[in-house]
Design a protein around this ligand. Structure first.
Ligand SMILES: Cc1cc2nc3c(=O)[nH]c(=O)nc-3n(C[C@H](O)[C@H](O)[C@H](O)COP(=O)(O)OP(=O)(O)OC[C@H]3O[C@@H](n4cnc5c(N)ncnc54)[C@H](O)[C@@H]3O)c2cc1C
Length: 408
């Protein structure tokens, strides 16, 4: 059971911490989300045009305590649940998918610390997360293995009570601004590529060098740059024991990534549908569109049906994770994988349908208030972000382990 399962969002910490509102009161989750959304919206043109990190939105995540969403209340965090993570990711996705992914991925990293960091390091990092001083980046992708999560080729070398990091990272969301990194590397005593360790490194413990530019089709504000990371960290900064990454991946990274990403994608597609519907209902905006068109009605219906399907699957999977069930069972892994596969495909298809529904002016031009052009580019990344092909391959093998076809 993840510690994010049994908790409810509690009060923000006392004493002028970033979790307090401007007037000193404690804003609820909705107010915290609204503050981040406002900052994201205000700078959307610039982050999209220049493919730069949404620093103002991050500042609001720090100030409102959202970086500590899954951190237990006793460490000053919000003590949020997996449902809170889904709700926040969906809500932010309605404004900008990059901002939603930034927070969802950060929360996935922070939960690994909550559950697996050794005492001492754990307390130190949880307090930093709760106070908004620790934004975490993820380093799992590696040259030569693509997104293959359970392998690492870069060797983690042991010194006397130290670990030496030398890691090429082809794509690190928020890598230029992150305060700390969770990095997968080949374990010191590894005898096979799948003996992988997860380590934490503060930014100041590393030399962080840019290794290229970020100029993508979509997800431009995620600023997912290539980096080279080198440095020496204390041996106690291994998360879980050496070689234990597969357990962390199965219990935390996989479930929370698939839930958080899918929620971000669903929120993004729902935001697009909402903007289209508002345009259609607005007497001024709908002048060039025929609300009597059966084709238009059918397309709206099909888009909505796709989103309702993803929403049902998302909430079912969220309930499974929140229940504390053993997620290593084949049926649970299949459900988690199929959520990611289905959300990635269906959210993209729903928005693609909307482009046909409203046509060139509001479906294809950048300056339309529907923002379908940007939304479609952003959602195109979903099947690639941990490749659906890889998940289908894993699912095929999981199917063979469940000949009775029992559903989680
Ligand atoms: C916006 C965005 C942000 C990201 N941020 C981060 C981040 O912060 N940190 C991080 O570490 N990573 C990040 N990633 C990387 C992501 O998680 C994936 O690991 C990565 O996109 C996979 O890259 P790939 O397509 O080159 O590699 P692969 O997964 O290797 O896929 C390449 C191609 O080969 C095919 N393929 C390869 N091997 C197999 C196989 N065994 N079975 C079936 N098909 C196969 C795939 O279908 C695909 O078409 C991000 C990705 C995106 C899109």
């Amino acid at each position: 059971m993840t510690s994010a399962t049994a908790k409810a969002v509690g009060p923000a910490p006392d004493g002028g911490t970033p979790a307090e509102g401007r007037d000193g009161s404690t804003p609820d989750l909705g107010q915290r989300i609204a503050a981040v959304t406002r900052a994201a919206e205000e700078h959307l043109d610039e982050t999209e045009r220049d493919a730069v990190f949404p620093e103002h939105a991050l500042a609001e995540m720090r100030r409102t305590g959202l970086l500590g969403l899954l951190v237990p209340v006793e460490y000053g965090g919000l003590g949020g649940t997996v449902t809170d993570l889904v709700d926040v990711s969906m809500a932010l996705g309605r404004t900008d998918m990059s901002v939603a992914m930034i927070l969802a991925m950060h929360c996935q990293q922070s939960e690994a610390i909550v559950r697996y960091a050794a005492s001492g390091l754990r307390e130190e990092l949880l307090r930093q997360l709760a106070s908004g001083h620790l934004y975490l980046a993820s380093v799992t992708t590696e040259p030569g293995k693509g997104g293959h999560l359970f392998r690492s080729y870069a060797p983690l070398r042991e010194g006397e009570d130290t670990l030496e990091i030398n890691r090429t990272a082809p794509i690190v969301t928020g890598g230029t601004v992150a305060d700390g990194f969770l990095i997968t590397m080949r374990s010191p005593q590894a005898t096979a590529d799948h003996h992988v360790s997860l380590v934490y490194a503060h930014r100041h413990q590393l030399r962080v060098e840019g290794a290229g530019v970020w100029c993508p089709m979509g997800m431009r504000a995620s600023h997912s740059v290539p980096l080279t990371l080198t440095g020496t960290i204390p041996a106690r900064q291994v998360i879980g024991e050496h070689g234990a990454f597969h357990r962390i991946a199965q219990s935390v990274f996989g479930p929370l990534a698939h839930l958080g990403w899918s929620a971000a994608w669903l929120g993004t597609a729902a935001g697009a549908l909402s903007r289209v519907l508002r345009l259609l209902r607005d007497p001024a905006g709908r002048k060039r569109l025929d609300l009597g068109s059966e084709l238009l009605m059918t397309r709206l219906s099909r888009a909505r049906a796709r989103l309702d399907t993803v929403h049902a699957l998302l909430r079912r999977t969220e309930a499974l994770v929140a229940s504390g069930a053993d997620l290593s069972a084949a049926s649970s892994q299949l459900l988690l994988n199929n959520l990611k596969i289905t959300a990635a495909e269906e959210c993209y298809r729903a928005v693609d349908l909307l482009v046909d529904a409203v046509g060139l002016r509001h479906g294809y031009l950048q300056d339309s208030p529907t923002r379908l052009e940007k939304t479609l580019r952003d959602l195109r990344s979903a099947v690639l972000n941990y490749s659906n092909d890889r998940l289908h391959l894993a699912d095929g093998q999981l199917c063979l382990l469940d000949p009775g076809v029992r559903f989680a």
